[in-house]
Design a protein around this ligand. Structure first.
Ligand SMILES: [Zn+2]
Length: 85
């Protein structure tokens, strides 16, 4: 949308009011990614393909959730334990 000051502004509308939450979430994600480029990633868990937006201060996120992080750590622990004995 072109605003009165001549700058392009984001705008959105939905035909179904039940979809307003989804549209707002998509717009918030777009704004976050525009403000933090390179903060979108794919989960590092071998059994997951989810995508995440990294909002951590350091920007070193690797997993979509703690569940995936814990599953990967548990699998690595079991592999080390199996190799050692
Ligand atoms: Zn995951």
């Amino acid at each position: 949308m072109l605003a009165a000051d001549g700058r392009v502004r984001e705008s959105w509308s939905v035909d179904d009011p039940d979809r307003a939450g989804l549209a707002a979430a998509a717009l918030a994600l777009r704004a976050h990614l525009a403000a933090h480029p390179g903060r979108l990633g794919v989960c590092a868990d071998e059994k997951c393909a989810d995508v995440y937006a990294d909002a951590s201060p350091a920007g070193h996120r690797r997993f979509c959730s703690l569940t995936c992080q814990n599953r990967t750590r548990t699998a690595a622990f079991r592999r080390r334990r199996a190799r050692s004995g």
